[in-house]
Design a protein around this ligand. Structure first.
Ligand SMILES: Nc1ncnc2c1ncn2[C@@H]1O[C@H](COP(=O)(O)OP(=O)(O)OP(=O)(O)O)[C@@H](O)[C@H]1O
Length: 322
C-alpha cells in the first residue's frame, strides 16, 4: 500500500466573532469540525459543498495558513502542526496553494519575474540568472510568453493571471497543490483552458491536488476521489465516479441533483436543492442535515451519525446507511 502524501485526522477550526448591536455577543462559528481525509501521491481529491460549508477554511487550516484548533495533519509522514522554523518552511515548500482570485494574491507593484524568482531565492533553490532561466521555463510551461517576465499583473487578463498564480505555485516544485476554486472567478470560455493546463501539469509532474470546488462537473472531470462537506463536516467520501453517480448521503444526492445536468433531456426534471443551510454558529443537534433531509427519522435529530465504511473504500455518515 502507498504511504499517503497527506493525512488529516479530526481537523477542527472555530472562529470567535462578536456580533450584534447595541450589545455585541460572542459567537463561536464551527467552520470545520472533525474533518479527516487522505491524499495519495499524484491523486486529485475534490472537496465539494455549498458556500459556507467550510471547504476553504479546511484547506487553509491543513496548510497552516490559519492555525487549526484541533486534529492531526501529516504530510509525507511529518507532523505539520508540530513543525516549527526550518521544518515548517521545508513542509510549506512541498505544498502550495492556488487561489480563486490570483489578482488579490499577486502584488500589483511586483513584476511577474520578481514574483516567480523571489520564492526561489528565499528558499535557496536558485538566484540570479539561474532563477530567471527557471522562471522563463515556468512561464512557457503555463502557456505565457517570455516577455511576461518583465510585466506587471494589471497587464494580464484573468485567465493569464491565473496562469501566473499557477506558475508561482510551481516555483518551489511542490508535491501537493491546494487549488481553492481555481477557475470559478474566470469567464466560462477561459475555465476549460485553465483546467486543461492543471490536468496537464498534474500528469507531467505527478502532482497531487486538493481541489476545492462547488462545481460537481469540474470535480467529476478532474478528481479521483471526492468528499462532500456539510456544515463543517464530511458527510460522504469515496471514488468520484461512485459518489457523484450514486450518492448514498441524502445531502450528496441533493447536491448532485441540483448541479446543472449536462443532458438537456433531463434538465428541469430534477428536484432543486431545498431549504437554507443552517448557521455554523448554531448547528442543529444530531445529524446537521436533518432539518433539510427528506428521509429524516426521529433518531436523526438526536444522534450524530458516524462515518461508516462503504464497500469501495469510501465512507458515509447517515443513519439510513448500514
Ligand atoms: N475569518 C473568519 N471569521 C469568522 N468566520 C469565518 C471566517 N472565515 C470563514 N468563516 C465562516 O466559516 C464558515 C465556513 O466558511 P468557508 O469560507 O470555509 O466556506 P466555503 O465552503 O469555502 O464557502 P465559499 O465557497 O463561500 O468560500 C462560514 O460560516 C464562514 O462565514
Amino acid at each position: 500500500m502507498t504511504e499517503p502524501l497527506l493525512s488529516v485526522k479530526g481537523l477542527a477550526k472555530h472562529f470567535t466573532v462578536r456580533k450584534g448591536f447595541p450589545k455585541p455577543k460572542t459567537t463561536v462559528i464551527r467552520a470545520v469540525e472533525d474533518v479527516s481525509l487522505t491524499i495519495n501521491p499524484g491523486e486529485a481529491f475534490g472537496l465539494v459543498g455549498e458556500s459556507g460549508c467550510g471547504k476553504s477554511t479546511a484547506a487553509r487550516a491543513l496548510l497552516r495558513l490559519i492555525e487549526p484548533d484541533g486534529g492531526e495533519v501529516r504530510f509525507g509522514g511529518q507532523d505539520v502542526r508540530a513543525a516549527r522554523g526550518k521544518d515548517l518552511i521545508a513542509l510549506r515548500r512541498r505544498m502550495q496553494i492556488v487561489f480563486q482570485d490570483p489578482y488579490s494574491s499577486l502584488d500589483p507593484r511586483q513584476s511577474i519575474g520578481s514574483a516567480l524568482t523571489e520564492p526561489m531565492r528565499v528558499h535557496g533553490i536558485a538566484r540570479g540568472e539561474d532563477a530567471k532561466k527557471r522562471a522563463l521555463a515556468l512561464l512557457e510551461e503555463v502557456g505565457l510568453p517570455p516577455n511576461a517576465f518583465d510585466r506587471y499583473p494589471h497587464e494580464f487578463s484573468g485567465g493569464q493571471r491565473q496562469r501566473i498564480g499557477i506558475a508561482r505555485a510551481l516555483t518551489l516544485e511542490p508535491e501537493l497543490i491546494v487549488a481553492d476554486e481555481p477557475v470559478s472567478a474566470l469567464d466560462v470560455s477561459v475555465q476549460a483552458q485553465v483546467l486543461l493546463l492543471l490536468r496537464e501539469l498534474r500528469q507531467r509532474r505527478g502532482l497531487a491536488f486538493l481541489f476545492v470546488s462547488h462545481d460537481l462537473s469540474v470535480v467529476r472531470w478532474f478528481c479521483d476521489r471526492v468528499a462532500v462537506m456539510y456544515l463543517g463536516r464530511i458527510v460522504e467520501e469515496g471514488p468520484v465516479g461512485r459518489v457523484l453517480a450514486n450518492p448514498l448521503h441524502p445531502y450528496a444526492r441533493m447536491l448532485r441533483d441540483a448541479s446543472p445536468e449536462p443532458d438537456p433531456a433531463l434538465r428541469g426534471a430534477l428536484p432543486r436543492i431545498v431549504g437554507e443551510i443552517p448557521s455554523a454558529a448554531a448547528p442543529p443537534p444530531g445529524c446537521p442535515f436533518h432539518p433539510r433531509c427528506p428521509s429524516a427519522m426521529p433518531e436523526c435529530s438526536q444522534v450524530l451519525p458516524a462515518l461508516k465504511p462503504t464497500p469501495e473504500g469510501g465512507s458515509v455518515a447517515c443513519h439510513l446507511y448500514g
